[in-house]
Design a binder for this molecule. Structure first.
Ligand code: ZN
Length: 574
C-alpha cells in the first residue's frame, strides 16, 4: 500500500508493507494520517552463529554472536548466541554458519544514476587500443537505428600504446554518418567524431575556449574531437536523452549490482531534481533497496528547489537530499586538475579552476544560507586550497548551518593544507581505488617531489580529519572490497608495487572499513541510523563468504558477499 502525505508543502511518500518506516524521520503533518495502517507485527528475526564486527565506537567484535531485529528493521539486541536464543525463543532464526558479518557498506561517492546510464551505453572500460574501441562500438551499434547517437564511456588513453588523446578521425572511417560521443573513464573528457561535432550547440570554428573547459585544437585551429570538462557541454546539449524505459531498467540493474556487492547505501553526487523524483518513484514501486543520499547538481534549479522546500528526507529512510555538489576543478588524468605548479609532463599547464574565488564563494554561500551541506569536487592542490580558503572565510558567517561539509576526492594536497581539514571540520570524501588507478602515471603528472600529499589518507586521519570512502563508480568499479584492498595495500590486484605505492599512507583494515561504514554514514548525517551494528539502529548488514578482517590482504577482492540485508529485509542472497 502506498499513499502520499504532505509534510510542510512538499509531498513525501509513505510506504506501508513494501518497506518499513523509519519513524525517527517521521514528522507531524496537517493531513490525516492513515488510520488503516496495519498493526506492527511483533515477529523478530534472530541471525545467529556469525562473527559480528559491529564497528561501533569501541569496535566491538562478537565471536559466535547473534543479532535480533524487529519486523520493522530495528536492531533489538546483539550478543552471545545462547543467551540471545533464550531471550528470543519465538524469533525466526537464521543460521549464519560462522560467517563474518559487517555493517552494510556505504559508498560515499558513487554515481548511481551515472552507473545506470553507463549500463545503457557502450562499455569501453579496459580497451587496450583505439582499434579495440572501434570494434566494441561496431558491435554495440548493431542494435541501433541508422541515425541514432552512439554513446559510450570508459576509454582511457593511458591504457593504449601511444598514450595520447585520440581524435575524431579515429572514429570517422567506421562511423561516417552516425554521431559518436564517448566519455573518458573519469567523466572529465569526451571524444566525438565529426558527425557529433557538427551538431554542437555553437560553431566550433575559431580560437575561442569555453569557461572552465578546453576544446582541443590542431595546429590549424580545427577541433580534434577532444573536449575537456565544461567544453563537453557544447556537444552534450545536442545528445537526445535516453528513453524512460531504458533508464528505468538500467537503474534496476544498477541497484541490483550494488546490493550484490554488499552496498546498502550510496551518496550520489550531482543529481538533478528529475533523478531525485525518479528515485522516489522507485521507492514507491519497492525497487530501491539501497539508501540514497542525493547531492544536488551544482548551483542550479535543484539547489533552488532544496532552498525553497528545505532538505528532503523521505520517510522510507531510503532517500535524503540535503547536500549540494559543486566543482572546483577537473581531473588529473585529463590534466584538468588545478595544480599550484605546472604539470611536469605539460609545462605551462596548471590545469583549470572552474570558477574564480568570488564565483565559487557565491555558489557556496547560496547553499550555506539554505542550511545545506556542501560537497565540493577538488582534485588538484590548487583547487583544494581554493576550497579550503573559501571554507575558512565563509563558515564563520553561517554558524547556523549544520556543517559536515566535504571535499570530494581531495586527491592532491599541498602537505601544509592537510591539517586544515580537521581544523575546519571538513570531511575528506576519498576513493582509494583512484590511488591505485592513478599510481602508474601520477608521478609523471606531478613529479616525485610533489607526491607528499597525494591520496594522503593516513596523514589526514593522523591530523584529525574524518575520511568517507567510496569508489566514484562508474569511473571505478563498484565493488567496495576493491576500495578496502586498495586502502590497506596501495597495490593493484597483481600486488604491484611491492610494499605499496607511497606506503606510509596505507590504512589498517578497521580504519578502511570505518570509512566505508560509520564515517560514510556521518558524512550523510545518518550515523544514528546506520553505519554500525548497534541497538536502535537499522538492520543494514552483510554476510561475507570469508572474513575480510582476517584473510590475507591480496584475497580481499575475491571475497564474495553471501547476503545483503537492508532495514531487516534480505535484499540479496547468493
Ligand atoms: Zn564523481
Amino acid at each position: 500500500m502506498e499513499m502520499t502525505l504532505a509534510r510542510g508543502n512538499r509531498p513525501v511518500l509513505l510506504l506501508l508493507g513494501t518497506l518499513a518506516i523509519a519513524c525517527s524521520a517521521c514528522q507531524r503533518s496537517n493531513e490525516p494520517v492513515a488510520t488503516d495502517a496495519p498493526p506492527v507485527a511483533d515477529a523478530v528475526t534472530l541471525v545467529h552463529g556469525g562473527h559480528f564486527y559491529t564497528f561501533d565506537e569501541a569496535n566491538t567484535v562478537v565471536d559466535a554472536g547473534a543479532m535480533a531485529f524487529s519486523s520493522n528493521g530495528e536492531i533489538l539486541a546483539i550478543g552471545e548466541v545462547e543467551p540471545m536464543r533464550k531471550r528470543f525463543t519465538n524469533a525466526r532464526q537464521i543460521d549464519l554458519d560462522g560467517r563474518a558479518v559487517l555493517p552494510g557498506l556505504i559508498d560515499s561517492h558513487g554515481h548511481l544514476f551515472g552507473l545506470a546510464v553507463s549500463l545503457s551505453q557502450a562499455n569501453l572500460v579496459g580497451t587496450a587500443s583505439k582499434a579495440e574501441v572501434v570494434e566494441r562500438l561496431q558491435a554495440f551499434a548493431v542494435d541501433l537505428q541508422p541515425d541514432e547517437w552512439l554513446l559510450g564511456r570508459g576509454w582511457d588513453q593511458n591504457d593504449w600504446p601511444e598514450q595520447e588523446f585520440p581524435s575524431r578521425t579515429d572514429l570517422d572511417a567506421a562511423f561516417p554518418e552516425r554521431p559518436v560521443w564517448l566519455r573518458r573513464i573519469d567523466g572529465h573528457a569526451a571524444w566525438g567524431n565529426s558527425m557529433a561535432l557538427a551538431q554542437a550547440d555553437r560553431d566550433l570554428a575559431g580560437a575561442w575556449q569555453p569557461q572552465g573547459g578546453m576544446i582541443h585544437r590542431d595546429a590549424g585551429g580545427e577541433p580534434t574531437g577532444i573536449f575537456i570538462d565544461q567544453a563537453m557541454g557544447l556537444v552534450d546539449g545536442a545528445v537526445p536523452p535516453p528513453s524512460d524505459e531504458l533508464v528505468d531498467g538500467a537503474l534496476d540493474l544498477a541497484v541490483d549490482t550494488l546490493v550484490s556487492l554488499g552496498l546498502t547505501g550510496v551518496h550520489d553526487p550531482g543529481v538533478g531534481r528529475g533523478i531525485i523524483e525518479r528515485y522516489r518513484r522507485k521507492i514507491a514501486a519497492g525497487r530501491l533497496p539501497v539508501r540514497v543520499y542525493a547531492m544536488a547538481d551544482g548551483p542550479g534549479a535543484t539547489l533552488d528547489w532544496l532552498c525553497s522546500n528545505g532538505p528532503l528526507e523521505d520517510v522510507s529512510g531510503f532517500l535524503v537530499a540535503r547536500s549540494v555538489k559543486l566543482y572546483a576543478d577537473g581531473a588529473l588524468g585529463s590534466r584538468g586538475a588545478a595544480l599550484l605548479a605546472d604539470y611536469r609532463d605539460d609545462p605551462g599547464n596548471r590545469g583549470l579552476l572552474f570558477s574564480s574565488d568570488e564565483d565559487l564563494e557565491a555558489q557556496m554561500q547560496r547553499a550555506l544560507s539554505c542550511g545545506l551541506q556542501l560537497g565540493i569536487h577538488a582534485i588538484g592542490d590548487r583547487a583544494n586550497r581554493q576550497v579550503l580558503d573559501a571554507f575558512e572565510h565563509l563558515l564563520p558567517q553561517y554558524p547556523g548551518n549544520p556543517g559536515r561539509h566535504r571535499i570530494e576526492h581531495a586527491q592532491i594536497l599541498d602537505p601544509a593544507d592537510i591539517e586544515r581539514f580537521a581544523a575546519l571540520g571538513v570531511i575528506a570524501a576519498m576513493q582509494p581505488t583512484h590511488a591505485t588507478s592513478d599510481m602508474y602515471w601520477a608521478g609523471e603528472r606531478l613529479g616525485p617531489d610533489r607526491l607528499g600529499g597525494a591520496y594522503a589518507w593516513r596523514s589526514l586521519l593522523q591530523q584529525g580529519a574524518r575520511l568517507a570512502f567510496g569508489s566514484d563508480f562508474p569511473v571505478e568499479e563498484v565493488n567496495p572490497l576493491l576500495g578496502i584492498h586498495a586502502a590497506i595495500t596501495r597495490q593493484d590486484l597483481e600486488g604491484w608495487p611491492p610494499g605499496g605505492w607511497l606506503p606510509t599512507e596505507r590504512l589498517d583494515r578497521a580504519q578502511a572499513i570505518r570509512a566505508f561504514t560509520l564515517d560514510a554514514a556521518f558524512a550523510a548525517f545518518m550515523e544514528h541510523e546506520v553505519g554500525s551494528l548497534e541497538v536502535g539502529k537499522r538492520a543494514d548488514f552483510i554476510v561475507l563468504e570469508r572474513d575480510v578482517m582476517k584473510v590475507p590482504a591480496e584475497q580481499i577482492p575475491g571475497v564474495r558477499v553471501l547476503q545483503t540485508w537492508v532495514d531487516g529485509r534480505r535484499v540479496y542472497e547468493r
